[in-house]
Design a binder for this molecule. Structure first.
Ligand code: 5GP
Length: 177
């Protein structure tokens, strides 16, 4: 048994993730015909998903990464800060924000307000996972991979204390379910 299997139960396996990513890529390809997309991958959690998604978009794409983190203990206020910003101006571009999971929605609300202020031509949101039962604010989600119940998940970019980002599947840490 691998290190990961001994600590994390599989919740969404690799074939199911691949299927979701392929479906999202096909939808995005269809919707953006004739337009160049600027993908904004939110660090660190969304990186594996964003890279797989890029390979499933059949059209011109440029890639930016943006790091953000919530101030500790301020989940309710949704106070978020940008820890690493994009390197190119976003004015006039078609932005596709790619996130790993939308939980309370407060991070995405902050990001959308921040990005909107940079005058893009359009902004859409793609998230691999959504936990609607935890929503504290309504946020726009244009492309949604999978809806999950209120569980703390790790793997495929998602961490617990920086661990488990390298798992190829989404799982739940044993004993926490
Ligand atoms: P929100 O602002 O929507 O509450 O939270 C979004 C961020 O919280 C995600 O980008 C992610 O970093 C973290 N998060 C929310 N739920 C989970 C989870 O189940 N597992 C992990 N590893 N991170 C989560």
């Amino acid at each position: 048994m691998s290190y990961a299997q001994s600590e994390v139960d599989v919740f969404i396996d690799v074939p199911k993730l691949n299927e979701a990513v392929a479906r999202l890529g096909a939808q995005i390809t269809r919707d953006y015909q004739g337009k160049e997309i600027t993908v904004i991958a939110i660090m660190k959690g969304a990186l594996p998903f964003a890279m797989d998604l890029l390979r499933n978009i059949n059209g011109p794409v440029s890639l930016e990464v943006l790091g953000c983190s919530s101030y500790q203990g301020t989940e309710t206020t949704g106070e978020v800060r940008i820890t690493y910003d994009v390197t190119k101006p976003l004015a006039g571009r078609h932005l596709l924000v790619v996130e790993d999971i939308i939980d309370t929605g407060l991070t995405m609300k902050f990001l959308l307000e921040n990005l909107q202020a940079r005058h893009p031509a359009s902004i859409k949101v793609c998230t691999l996972l959504e936990k609607p039962s935890r929503a504290k604010t309504k946020v726009q989600i244009d492309y949604k991979g999978l809806v999950i119940e209120d569980k703390f998940v790790v793997g495929y970019g998602l961490d617990f204390d920086e661990k488990y980002r390298n798992l190829p599947y989404i799982g739940v840490i044993k004993g926490t379910d």
